[in-house]
Every structure is written in structure tokens, then in C-alpha cells.
Design a protein around this ligand. Structure first.
Ligand code: DLL
Length: 444
């Protein structure tokens, strides 16, 4: 498909999306130009990067081609913790106009910084994200990502506003108010975590609000892993299109990658973020289509450049042409993180595997939690899953049958027995942001 054809075949092509369609060669030469400046900036202004490069006898001049990026050392999350709070900043505080932080599960948060230009780039990629899934001026966007230190709220906010959409900065929580606003303000697109949207759907059903009758038509969902079955479930229950948006604070926040209207995996905004996939064990760079850990290098970040940041997110890159005509490579949906994995009786398990096993069975709701415990040195996995009110009030025999089906589905998927506990609707605690899927009591 020629570039010209693909542009014209995109629904309501928006000028802001032009870089999404850059011919491959132009894209690569832009990336190389930007990469060189990034490495120079990091080497000149960030002691950690300079010393790591010196250890390898490298100077910025070593980067002559894009594949020379492989010479550079990786950066990992603990580098941000060890230099807390401002140790990786490449610019003096007077140039830094925004800070965000991500709490994570252990100890101190990691802090990330932006210059004015960095904020412009972030707005640019978020604008392109909305445009990619067909959100435009005239749309009314309910932004239910949390506002504050979390990057979700403000990232989506400025992107939608720059596009000319009307933004409702409602932030997360207060579900009844969310529903009222959605209905009364004629909201056409919503931004939140997929798990929070499911919670909204539950509450809507309970309050007699039929989402299919509302103007809502698109959801921009991300910030946590979710499966394709979850997407299908959301779309069937709400009548909207659910799009996957990916990002992380260390790189920019939301807007590193976003799905287009074809819904076949997020396109990486490669003009600003250079992706690689590595074998998480050996660090070896893998080919397109091979699954491994996503490593990202920022190509324009001034306040806090990131060289070869190991995201821990497991995915694959694909060069296969998307029907939308974008030249940007796509990543496979990120349904797991290498550090989300838990080991039970010697078997590696990811929450997303349990999720897809549960959603294969009729009667189970997509609200679940995995509780790991240890009894007499034996690991026990209990999967608590909510069932529909009809199922919950069914006969004991029917409940036992469902329990058996779910347990079997998990066993087929992960090869392990799990005790399945059916719980009533709403029994599992809801989060306004990222859902907590695993409770590991073995470490207590
Ligand atoms: O979650 C940024 C964001 C906000 C992305 C809103 C999308 C929408 P952090 O809090 O730093 O930043 O968490 C980043 O969340 O490394 C992934 O493990 C996970 N994650 C983010 N988006 C997705 C997604 C934001 N679409 C971490 N699918 C990342 C799967 C995701 N996991």
C-alpha cells in the first residue's frame, strides 16, 4: 500500500498524525540524528551514564549507526532508586517545569522530570494517540486516569485538549458521579484503566444506566496488563471500542505506544522512543516477532534522557504492515511483566494466564484475585472469582459445576491445580487505578 493511499484510507486523518506515516528511511535517519544528541546529552550531564560508558571505553562518537545502540549499557529501575530523587536529571532545576513520581511496590518512589520541550513532546504523542483511535475535536473526553503524581491524568489531559476535544478532568473514583457526568455531558470517549472501566460497567448496570444508549463510543485503556478476552468482554458489555494505550513514567508516561482504529496492537511512537526487544536472561537483542523484554531509549527527552531502559514488560515487535498505513512498528499487547510472574510449585505463572482461563468460562466475571499461601511447605493457589448474581443464587450443584469448569480451565492453561472460590459480585476490592491481582501471603 502506498503512503498516499494509506493516508487517504485512514478514517478522518488528522494532520498531527503525519509523523506516524514517515517513510522507513526518513524515520531511521531522524532516529539516528536524535539518538546521537541523546547519548551526547546523557554523557555530558548525567554522571551515571558517563561512568557506565567510560567503563566500556565508549564515547558518544561510538554511536554511528542505529544498531550501535547495542554498545550502550542498559538502565534499570534500581538506577532511578539509587539516584533518588534527582540524580539522573540532565538539566538544572531551573529548566525543569514538571515532576511526576511512580510509587511502585517497594520503598521510595521513582521521580521523573520534564522540561518545557519534554512536555510538548508528551502532548504531541498523546494527541497522536487520541487521533489514532479516531478521537477528534468535538469529542467529549472523560479523563478518569488519576491526576497527580501519576502520569495518566495530566498526560491524557493535555493531549486531548491540544487536539481540540473537550476534556472533563474528573480523575479516578466516585463512580456514581462518573456515570452521571458520562450521561449528562454526552461523553464520547473515556480514559481509565480497563479494570476501573469494568467497575463502572457494574455500577451502571446496578443503577439502570444502559451504556449502549449513551454517546460513549471509545475507551482509551491502559496502565495495567489486560487480555484480548478482557477487551472482547468490555466491548460486548458496553458497545464501545476499547483501545490499548501503553506507557511508563520513566520514558514519558502514557503515549509511548497506542493502538489505531484497527485494534491490532499499539504502534510505538518511534520518532521519539527507540524500541528493542531483548532476552531478559541474557540481554541479547532479539529479532522482530520474537518475544522478550521491551527496552526503550528516549530520543528527545531533555530533563531525563533514558538510554536502553529495561521496562520488564514482555512483548514482541512486529514490522508487519498495519492496515491503517502507519509505518510505526507495533508491539504485541503487553499482558505481562517479567516481575509479575509468580512461581508456584516450581511452575511460572502470570496473572494474565489465569485471566484468560477464567474468561473462557461462561458465568465468571472479569473480577478476580489470586491468593498464594503455604500450608505445610506446600504452595496453595486460590483463585477468587466473582460470578454473576444469577449464578451466585443458583443451586449448590450448579455452583460446584462452574467451580469445576474454572479449575479445569486453569489446569489446562497453566498445568496446575488451583482452588477456585466463587465469590459474590463486588466481593473483590475495586481499584480506581491499577488492579491488584496477586496477594502473596507466602512472604508474610
Ligand atoms: O501506567 C502510564 C500510563 C498511564 C500508561 C495511563 C497508560 C495509560 P507507570 O505507573 O509508570 O505508568 O506504570 C508503567 O504499567 O511498565 C507496564 O507494566 C504497565 N502498563 C502501562 N500501560 C500498559 C498497557 C503508567 N497498555 C507500567 N498494557 C508499564 C499493559 C501496561 N501494561
Amino acid at each position: 500500500m502506498s503512503n498516499h493511499q494509506s493516508l487517504s484510507s485512514s478514517p478522518r486523518f488528522h494532520p498531527v498524525s503525519a509523523p506516524d506515516f514517515l517513510p522507513g528511511e526518513q524515520l531511521r535517519s531522524l532516529q539516528l540524528h536524535r539518538l546521537k544528541s541523546m547519548v551526547q546529552l546523557a554523557y555530558d550531564h548525567v554522571p551515571l551514564f558517563r561512568s557506565r560508558m567510560e567503563e566500556r571505553s565508549l564515547t558518544p562518537a561510538a554511536v554511528r549507526t542505529l544498531s550501535d545502540i547495542e554498545l550502550l549499557p542498559f538502565t534499570v529501575k534500581s538506577d532511578l532508586r539509587d539516584t533518588y530523587p534527582f540524580g539522573l536529571f540532565a538539566r538544572p532545576m531551573k529548566d525543569i517545569v514538571r515532576l511526576h513520581a511512580s510509587s511502585g511496590t517497594t520503598g521510595k518512589p521513582i521521580v521523573v522530570a520534564y522540561t518545557k520541550n519534554d512536555l510538548q513532546v508528551w502532548t504531541n504523542v498523546m494527541t497522536r494517540s487520541f487521533a489514532a483511535c479516531g478521537v477528534h475535536e468535538g469529542d467529549i473526553v472523560q479523563n478518569a486516569y488519576g491526576y497527580g503524581l501519576f502520569t495518566g491524568g495530566l498526560g491524557a489531559h493535555y493531549g486531548a485538549e491540544a487536539l481540540g476535544a473537550t476534556v472533563i478532568p474528573i480523575s479516578g473514583g466516585n463512580t456514581q458521579r462518573q456515570l452521571m457526568v458520562m450521561k449528562d455531558f454526552g461523553v464520547t470517549a473515556i480514559c481509565c484503566t480497563p479494570s476501573y472501566f469494568l467497575h463502572l460497567l457494574d455500577q451502571a448496570a446496578e443503577s439502570g444506566v444502559d451504556l449502549e444508549k449513551l454517546a460513549l463510543r471509545a475507551g482509551i485503556f491502559g496502565a495495567e496488563p489486560w487480555t484480548e478476552s478482557m477487551r472482547q468482554r468490555i466491548q460486548a458489555l458496553s458497545g464501545i471500542k476499547a483501545y490499548d494505550i501503553y506507557g511508563l513514567s520513566e520514558i514519558v508516561g502514557p503515549g509511548v505506544a497506542m493502538e489505531c482504529h484497527c485494534q491490532c496492537g499499539p504502534h510505538i511512537f518511534e520518532d521519539y522512543f527507540y524500541p528493542e526487544i531483548i532476552d531478559p536472561q541474557t540481554g541479547k537483542v532479539l529479532q522482530d516477532e520474537e518475544e522478550g523484554e521491551l527496552v526503550l531509549t528516549t530520543l528527545s527527552k531533555e530533563a531525563m534522557p533514558m538510554l536502553r531502559y529495561r521496562t520488564r514488560d514482555i512483548t514482541a515487535l512486529t514490522r508487519q504492515q498495519c492496515e491503517c498505513g502507519r509505518s510505526l512498528r507495533r508491539i504485541k499487547r503487553i499482558s505481562r511483566r517479567s516481575d509479575d510472574m509468580f512461581i508456584i510449585r516450581g511452575v511460572n505463572v502470570y496473572p494474565s494466564q489465569i485471566e484468560s482461563a477464567l474468561l473462557k468460562v461462561e458465568g465468571a466475571l472479569p473480577h478476580y484475585q489470586i491468593v498464594l499461601s503455604r500450608e505445610r511447605d506446600l504452595d496453595i493457589m486460590e483463585v477468587q472469582v466473582e460470578v454473576t448474581p444469577e449464578v451466585f443464587s443458583d443451586t449448590v450443584g450448579a455452583l460446584e459445576r462452574l467451580q469445576g469448569q474454572l479449575s479445569k480451565s486453569i489446569e489446562i492453561t497453566v498445568g496446575l491445580h488451583a482452588n477456585v472460590r466463587l465469590v459474590q459480585p463486588r466481593a473483590i476490592q475495586r481499584s480506581e487505578g491499577k488492579a491488584k491481582r496477586v496477594i502473596d501471603q507466602r512472604k508474610l
